[in-house]
Design a protein around this ligand. Structure first.
Ligand SMILES: Nc1ncnc2c1ncn2[C@@H]1O[C@H](COP(=O)(O)OP(=O)(O)O)[C@@H](O)[C@H]1O
Ligand SMILES: [Mg+2]
Length: 353
């Protein structure tokens, strides 16, 4: 069968783009299990506590709940792609074994239309008995921090009413956005971004399994663009592997459409050295080559400023400018005009010695 060259682009929520050949995609639509194994974030989702990297204390406590066959409501807080959903699913898999799918209800607070839908769906789910020996079911509510305060009050009442038959696992990026009465009813677990050693283990495992080569610089690039987010890491690797079975720094940055730090460093060095026009041209070229938006660029520049070898007062002044420009851009100001203003600020700071 001849593979079409066409690529279809599937957006994963607010993150990287995953590229899958169109024929595989159509086949995948027909067979859900196939789709699961196609997407690496699902294919490499841990099924057992022992496969979850980092988060050791959290995993130990979750294991103890499963062993006892009982658990409180849980609030899992932390950045994206660190194992919150994964841990919840492992708890369900270990607790209910073969019947896990029938004992868990997964809802997304930000996409379900309002708390009434949640309440009714939860009520219907919790009303029927759990299947197997465990006397309660699990309701997994993702993005719980996107619920309004009023909706959270309603959720709190639902949690109370159905405690006997249903335990809630709430997932959130920020626990501070969850109202106090809910927090106090939950065991709160705070997830950390994965460290370098853990990310490397995941990269190596996938590379071996998928028979792809990743050189040292390629690995560093993958870690840099994924910023401790495993989902992003796996998506970037899969996108790279679709292009070539040997992953280098270049493939990573082109796929992740992030500018190479080297290019941003050059722009900054030119600006600080008062070579404004060259800095401006280099910046424009970098933005066009990588299809970067102004806000992405600001993030990169700010990142690089931190590691510049200059006086700390100057550094502070530059960081302050980045913040100001970022704000103006997010308010809708012209991106390139703002970036030019930033570069001229760099030139002025660089001049004063
Ligand atoms: N701690 C971890 N150990 C191993 N793999 C992980 C870990 N965290 C995330 N992953 C990988 O990233 C994917 C997404 O993780 P997920 O648990 O859904 O993140 P979130 O914290 O956003 O809920 C998982 O399917 C898994 O492949
Ligand atoms: Mg999740």
């Amino acid at each position: 069968m001849q593979l079409l060259q066409l690529k279809i682009v599937v957006a994963t929520p607010s993150r990287n783009l995953l590229q899958i050949p169109v024929e595989t995609f159509i086949l995948a639509l027909a067979i859900p299990q196939f789709m699961e194994s196609m997407i690496w974030t699902e294919k490499y989702r841990p099924n057992d506590f022992s496969e979850i990297m980092g988060q050791d204390e959290i995993v130990a406590r979750a294991k103890a709940f499963v062993k006892k066959g009982n658990m409180p409501h849980l609030l899992l807080a932390g950045p994206p792609g660190v194992g919150k959903t994964t841990l919840s699913l492992v708890i369900a898999k270990q607790l209910y074994r073969d019947e896990w799918r029938r004992n868990i209800l997964e809802l997304n607070a930000s996409s379900e239309r309002g708390i009434d839908v949640i309440r009714n769906t939860v009520k219907d789910f919790a009303r029927t008995k759990s299947i197997g020996d465990v006397p309660f079911k699990i309701c997994l509510l993702d993005e719980a921090d996107s619920l309004t305060k009023e909706a959270q009050q309603a959720l709190r009442r639902t949690m109370e009413n159905y405690t006997a038959t249903c335990r809630f696992i709430l997932l959130a990026n920020y626990s501070s956005k969850i109202i106090e009465p809910i927090q106090s009813r939950c065991a709160v677990f705070r997830f950390k971004p994965l460290g370098k050693a853990q990310l490397l283990r995941i990269i190596d495992k996938i590379a071996v399994n998928e028979k792809i080569k990743v050189d040292e610089k390629g690995k560093n690039a993958i870690m840099e663009v994924s910023e401790g987010d495993c989902r992003r890491l796996e998506n970037v690797m899969q996108s790279c592997a679709a292009v070539s079975d040997s992953i280098t720094e270049e493939t990573v940055y082109s796929v992740a459409s992030a500018a190479k730090p080297k290019e941003i460093k050059e722009v900054i060095a030119l600006a600080l050295g008062n070579r404004f026009t060259e800095a401006r041209n280099k910046l424009l070229e970098t933005m066009l080559n990588h299809g970067l938006a102004g806000l992405d660029i600001i993030k990169h520049i700010q990142n690089e400023v931190l590691s510049l070898d200059i006086e700390s007062r100057k550094k502070m002044r530059l960081i302050e400018s980045c913040g100001e420009i970022e704000f103006r851009m997010s308010e809708g100001a012209d991106e390139f005009v703002q970036l030019e203003a930033l570069l001229s600020r760099f030139a002025i700071v660089g001049e004063k010695s």
